[in-house]
Design a protein around this ligand. Structure first.
Ligand SMILES: [Zn+2]
Length: 266
């Protein structure tokens, strides 16, 4: 499978990565005036085994940024706690309204990206992109739970789609972030080896399907801008049309489903 990073995405990511810094800075001031009420907050667990990862995550600020974005965009019906450094996950636990992301997951993700990238700064940027996509994926499960949203099909696919839509609709470099997160699926697929029955009955689509679905969403979000991506990925004309239709439908349907919790000025 061809790596998205070898398709020139890395270059565009670096260029637009700068813009993300500006968004983060602006978000910091917006967060100060965030409306009171139910909010998503983040707690970083103490864990001597992962103290370096904890510092990296806090310093990088990617989860903090994601949490601010969610509070600026949605009026949650129940508060959510992001437990960075939880024992299990990544997952959303409806019993305690918590998104759990273990430090070990960050390490695992970074190690996987190491197959493509050796520069430590770039590695932490890639891992940050995967963390943000993961946070938004788990937010998808949380919103399905809070709003009792009807999901006809795999909830895991719906959660992936929400993560993609939020990144592509709200972030200047959303395509780069989603593309890098997709790359992780591709790497996981490559490392998995032979498919076994368990892969087919799992809750998630296959890693390769999650990879191509995300690329399809990226292309569908802006066919002119990502024409080369579709070509390099090998999407047929028919597939490209379906990507555009699917993406538009995802945006419309998520807008409809989340209408009750969108902040009007968000
Ligand atoms: Zn999930």
């Amino acid at each position: 499978m061809q790596s998205i990073l070898s398709m020139g995405f890395r270059v565009s990511r670096l260029v637009i990565g700068f813009m993300w810094c500006i968004v983060v800075a602006a978000g910091a001031t917006v967060a100060n005036v965030a409306a009171a009420g139910n909010q998503i907050t983040i707690e970083y667990a103490e864990d001597p085994q992962f103290s370096r990862i904890k510092s990296l995550l806090i310093q990088d600020g990617v989860l903090d940024h994601g949490v601010r974005f969610i509070n600026d965009t949605f009026q949650l019906q129940r508060s959510i706690v992001v437990e960075a450094g939880a024992a299990d996950g990544p997952l959303y636990d409806p019993a305690v309204s918590a998104i759990q992301i273990p430090y070990a997951f960050y390490t695992e993700v970074t190690d996987r990206y190491r197959e493509l990238e050796s520069d430590e700064l770039e590695l932490s940027a890639l891992a940050g992109d995967a963390m943000l996509h993961t946070l938004f994926h788990e937010l998808g499960h949380a919103l399905v739970d809070q709003l009792e949203l009807p999901i006809v099909g795999r909830e895991e696919d719906a959660a992936d789609a929400l993560a993609n839509v939020l990144l592509l609709e709200y972030y200047d470099n959303g395509a780069g972030i989603a593309g890098n997160a997709a790359e992780l699926f591709a790497l996981e697929g490559e490392d998995r080896g032979e498919l076994v029955d368990e892969d087919f009955w799992g809750e998630h689509s296959l890693d390769e399907q999650r990879y191509f679905s995300t690329l399809c969403n990226i292309y569908g979000s802006n066919p002119d801008r990502f024409a080369e991506l579709a070509q390099q990925t090998g999407f047929s004309e028919e597939r490209r049309e379906i990507c555009v239709e699917t993406y538009q439908r995802l945006v419309d349907d998520w807008n409809l489903l989340l209408e009750p919790v969108f902040k009007t000025d968000g």
